[in-house]
Design a protein. Structure first.
Length: 275
């Protein structure tokens, strides 16, 4: 059986045994492996079964995903591989004879397909993430005993100023469920991507048995939040009117009807702490 070990400074924080399903890694609590560290993006990377083995894929994170000292977009995992995410590492162990039952493979295929659906219209990463510079990444790799090659680089980005500021306060989008069954009543839209559906990867988890796995998604962009329909069968109404376009910008007070729930979009103000 394969095993994933999440470590920080050689201390094991969590170990899981993957069974063919989608494993998301990031700072937001809806991830399978949640890393509460400002250097980690809300949804940073994912590990899943593809063809004949596990692969790791970066999800347009600010600080990048490193596999054995090399920054990657997507790469296969081999026994003993070490994935560096922010200041944490994920160690992968697998047996050569590893076999994933066909039932789990089918589950994984569906999970990956659902994720790809919502990623098709995904905007650039806008998580409020601390950016690591090249020198710090090299130092971390060196401390872990990994050779630092000339190819080891990281794109140093400046933090994008939030577009949702008013009177010195940062405004974050919210969804409040007023009709229907979900796992919570109120959601703070801190991530660049919020999925609405019954899927395990959804942020707004629908509780009705016949709800779609992925019904809609909310994307955070530089000029606001945008609601996107996922699938032709999922009809969405905003303020009682059926959404005509595939995407629509949300404004405070909008009532969204989708997959048997009604939720209201709004903003919540936060004071930015000085550093």
């Amino acid at each position: 059986m394969a095993k994933l070990s999440l470590k920080f400074q050689e201390r094991v924080l969590r170990e899981i045994v993957p069974t063919g399903g989608l494993i998301t890694i990031g700072r937001q609590p809806d991830n399978v492996l949640c890393i509460d560290n400002p250097a980690v993006s809300g949804h940073h990377a994912k590990i899943y079964w593809e063809a004949d083995g596990y692969v790791v894929e970066d999800i347009e994170s600010f600080n990048g995903t490193y596999l054995n000292n090399q920054r990657i977009g997507k790469a296969p995992l081999r026994d003993g591989d070490v994935v560096l995410i922010g200041k944490h590492t994920v160690h992968f162990r697998a047996e050569a004879s590893e076999h994933i039952p066909s039932a789990w493979s089918r589950i994984d295929d569906r999970a990956v397909r659902w994720l790809h659906l919502v990623e098709e219209n995904q905007p650039p990463q806008l998580d409020h993430t601390m950016v690591l510079d090249t020198k710090r990444v090299r130092e971390m790799l060196g401390k872990k005993g990994l050779p630092v090659s000339p190819q080891t680089t990281v794109q140093t980005l400046g933090l994008t100023a939030t577009p949702f500021e008013r009177n010195g306060k940062r405004r974050i989008g919210t969804l409040t469920v007023v009709v229907g069954r979900t796992d919570r009543q109120r959601y703070l839209l801190l991530s660049k991507l919020v999925v609405i559906g019954r899927s395990q990867m959804a942020t707004v988890r629908l509780r009705r048995w016949f709800s779609p796995q992925v019904a809609a998604s909310v994307h955070q962009r530089e000029d606001g939040y945008f609601l996107t329909a996922v699938g032709k069968k999922n009809q969405i109404r905003i303020n009682g009117t059926e959404m005509a376009d595939a995407q629509q910008k949300l404004t405070a007070g909008d009532a969204i009807e989708v997959a048997g729930i009604i939720c209201v979009f709004d903003y919540e103000a936060f004071h930015e702490e000085s550093k």
